[in-house]
Write a protein that binds this ligand. Structure first.
Ligand SMILES: [Zn+2]
Ligand SMILES: [Zn+2]
Length: 243
């Protein structure tokens, strides 16, 4: 498949990432990526930028190097109620500025618990209308009820991420992604392929995720970032949702 968006990327604002937003955008432009999510880690992560980073994203132009750069975040899921690290006092500021919200469970910010608690957390986070994507949820540490969450995700029009970076690790994630993809087909839930790039050369490089989707015969119409109309269709629905 051909991909036109990469909505999970990091910049030097998270100091364990090594490229600027301009370097990211320039690389994206050269590789057919027209839409780029600038999604640095939410503030609960030790290595994350301050709230100032997110509040000041309004300073950025919409287009950098000809690429539409979405002001985004990879927020951390903090508890089994599905709270994320956008504090209530900052909510209105953040959400007025943020154009894309990835959510993830990380061991640094969510102590792995039971399958039931992880399921509850994901179901809780989907109640937040600003949330777009549940990221790298294949993690065995954060096992959850795929059927229940992926069905709910499809019902409220949110997306499940196929994370290229996680597929590069050795382990069980391929099997788990295949089981997740089966559920996406069963419930008509959309997926998005994301690089989770911490260096610009990883942006838009989706070899493993693409093979996984293609080899498993996954329906292309459920892959939100493999066609511009589909991606923009999602953005329109998002705008409706948060109105
Ligand atoms: Zn990171
Ligand atoms: Zn992450």
């Amino acid at each position: 498949m051909k991909y036109i968006a990469d909505m999970h990327t990091h910049t030097v604002a998270s100091t364990h990432a090594y490229s600027t937003v301009t370097e990211n955008a320039a690389w994206a432009a050269k590789h057919g990526i027209k839409y780029l999510g600038m999604t640095d880690h939410g503030v609960a992560m030790q290595d994350a930028p301050d709230t100032w980073h997110f509040e000041n994203l309004k300073t950025l132009p919409d287009y950098i190097e000809g690429v539409r750069v979405f002001r985004g975040i990879e927020a951390n899921i903090l508890d089994s109620a599905g709270a994320i690290d956008i504090s209530p006092e900052n909510e209105s500021v953040y959400y007025r500025i943020l154009e894309w919200v990835n959510v993830s469970m990380h061991v640094q910010t969510f102590r792995p618990s039971t399958k039931a608690e992880h399921t509850k957390a994901y179901l809780g986070v989907l109640k937040n209308p600003y949330v777009d994507v549940i990221c790298h949820s294949e993690s065995i540490k954060f096992d959850y009820d795929f059927d229940e969450v992926i069905r709910a995700c499809g019902e409220c029009g949110r997306l499940i991420e196929i994370n290229e970076c996680r597929l590069e690790r050795k382990g069980t994630q391929t099997d788990r992604y295949l089981r997740m993809l089966d559920c996406c087909v069963k419930y008509g839930t959309g997926v998005i392929v994301g690089s989770d790039a911490h260096f610009y050369t990883h942006i838009g490089a989706f070899d493993l995720a693409d093979s996984l989707l293609t080899d498993s015969g996954f329906p292309e119409e459920l892959v939100v970032n493999s066609a511009e109309e589909r991606f923009l269709g999602y953005i329109r629905k998002r705008e409706e949702r948060i109105k």
